[in-house]
Design a binder for this molecule. Structure first.
Ligand SMILES: Cc1cc2nc3c(=O)[nH]c(=O)nc-3n(C[C@H](O)[C@H](O)[C@H](O)COP(=O)(O)OP(=O)(O)OC[C@H]3O[C@@H](n4cnc5c(N)ncnc54)[C@H](O)[C@@H]3O)c2cc1C
Length: 488
């Protein structure tokens, strides 16, 4: 899945295909290392690392260049990695980020090829309230937000107002029928709670819905109402970036939905990443292939064979990269950590952004197509409402997204795996949205996981090097500023 964002023109519509789920790009052209870590020159003899990794070289270098301060390599320059690096940099650690692509942000990728910002990855602030760890930063940057849902929206990211649904023949569906079906959809989901209470073993949400229909045949729908129900289910799949027949009944409720509803970042997420990344030592085009834990230190090897020595490392790559084994850990990570990596599933979501010469669709916030199965249903976000540009964003998830990409993933959400994924192993720390149980799969989850890993790291080195003050977005010298929400 190396394709990430291509642009092509289809008649009067330009198209951007965003594909940011798990992978890193194949990039070259790294920047020379100049931060607080030691690059070990490549050696051609039998045992290169042993020849060069003398502690004397390492420590002398630190004392002369930087004084006593631990060096940290952060692997991965997505939200989690950049947040961790920012926190540790501000606490006077010697931090270098190694990022495989030729850009930072990972699954946050604001594209400007249409002449205005469009997010190809994360685009909503999920939970626009002061409970969201990202709110202080976004508020201070005075970035515009456009609200698409309040609390408890049945469609998760949208309120059922100002929308237009169509059938496959292009006929608009009556909104009062959609409202009725959405109430039934909520009842069905409530009934699945009962199924969960009665049957102790876990099952998929689609299996649970079948059992609900057996218990409550009155909730079965047919004809157009059935198609609308399938569409509601497809929105749920979109939220979890997974098919209903892979979403766990036991744990789909566990995700913490922050209050405040969801808001689109009108100017894109990139300004947030840029702010966090300011003045950090970030090495692009550095794909890490090996992480070796040695006594009190870590060596990190990149694709071209160069090796870096550091006091500790924060691994902030996507779960999919960890699962793929493309980064070799030496010695192997403990069994409990590997099991957590293997057992946790990953969702998949794509974005296809369509720019038209003019708006020809109704003045609504989103459009949808209802169909016999959720696989055939679709959803288009109307960016014109938020940004004024004639853009529709199509967001397939789950099997449909896989079929578009032709890649294979699995999905599941058992409980303590997130915790196991996050727990440090000696001088290795782990960050990334998949390590966040409450907020997995979100930008704010990735961000707070980075801050958490930085905090764990600080605790480890506190005794050895003294106290460090970590970056705290809520108090760093500036007053908290409220969010700039353009549609209340
Ligand atoms: C299409 C889409 C839409 C989304 N919409 C939303 C939304 O609206 N709101 C929301 O809150 N969240 C959304 N998300 C989720 C959110 O984008 C992610 O949860 C979050 O950005 C993940 O951040 P991360 O730092 O954990 O991982 P990533 O952003 O994936 O960062 C990992 C980084 O590691 C790098 N890397 C990988 N392998 C290596 C290696 N071997 N060596 C060095 N570097 C490596 C990658 O290139 C990448 O930069 C969306 C995701 C997608 C895909």
């Amino acid at each position: 899945m190396n394709q990430e964002a291509n642009a092509s023109t289809v008649n009067d519509c330009s198209l951007n295909f965003g594909n940011l789920c798990i992978d890193e790009d194949n990039n070259s052209g790294g920047i020379a290392v100049q931060g607080g870590l030691i690059e070990i020159p490549q050696c051609s003899d039998q045992n290169p690392a042993r020849n060069i990794l003398s502690p004397g070289l390492c420590h002398t270098n630190f004392e002369i260049k930087h004084g006593i301060s631990p060096s940290i390599i952060v692997i991965g320059g997505g939200f989690a990695g950049i947040a961790a690096a920012r926190a540790l940099h501000d606490a006077k650690f010697q931090v270098t980020v190694l990022e495989s692509r030729d850009r930072i942000g990972g699954r946050v990728h604001t594209d400007y090829s249409f002449g205005f910002p469009v997010d190809m990855g994360a685009s909503w602030l999920q939970g626009a309230s002061n409970k969201n760890p990202l709110s202080p930063l976004i508020g201070r940057l005075q970035l515009k937000l456009y609200r698409t849902s309040g609390d408890d929206s049945v469609l998760y990211d949208h309120d059922l107002e100002r929308y237009a649904l169509f059938d496959m023949d292009g006929n608009q569906v009556a909104n009062d029928l959609v409202s009725k079906v959405s109430v039934i959809f909520e009842s069905i989901l409530e009934e699945t709670d009962l199924v969960r209470d009665i049957i102790s073993r876990d099952m998929t949400i689609s299996r649970a819905i079948s059992l609900v229909f057996e218990r409550r045949p009155d909730l079965r729908l047919d004809g157009l109402a059935h198609k609308i129900l399938q569409w509601c289910l497809s929105r749920m799949e979109g939220w979890f970036a997974a098919d209903a027949n892979t979403i766990s009944l036991e744990s789909w409720h566990d995700e913490e939905l922050l209050p405040g509803g969801h808001c689109i970042m009108v100017e894109g997420y990139l300004p947030v990443i840029r702010k966090l990344a300011k003045d950090l030592d970030i090495q692009l085009g550095h794909r890490v292939t090996k992480v070796a834990r040695e006594e009190n230190q870590v060596t990190v090897t990149v694709e071209d064979g160069r090796t870096f020595l550091t006091d500790a490392a924060i691994v902030a790559v996507p779960l999919g990269v960890l699962k793929s084994g493309r980064i070799q850990f030496e010695p192997r990570l403990p069994d409990w950590k590997e099991e957590a990596m293997n057992d946790l599933g990953i969702g998949i979501e794509n974005k296809i952004v369509l720019l038209f010469s003019e708006v020809f669709w109704p003045n609504v916030e989103f459009l949808g197509v209802v169909a016999e199965t959720c696989y055939l249903c679709s959803y288009f976000l109307n960016l014109h409402k938020a940004t004024g540009h004639p853009v529709l964003v199509y967001m397939p998830a789950g099997q449909l997204a896989r079929d578009i990409e032709k890649i294979y993933d699995t999905v599941g959400r058992p409980h303590d795996l997130y915790k196991k994924l996050r727990i440090p192993v000696e001088y290795l720390f782990f960050a990334g949205e998949a390590t966040s149980f409450e907020f997995s799969g979100s930008a704010h989850g990735a961000y707070s996981s980075g801050l958490k890993a930085a905090d764990d790291c600080r605790m480890l080195f506190r005794e050895k090097y003294g106290e460090f003050d970590l970056y705290n977005p809520a108090i760093v010298g500036e007053e908290t500023v409220g969010l700039l929400i353009t549609r209340k």
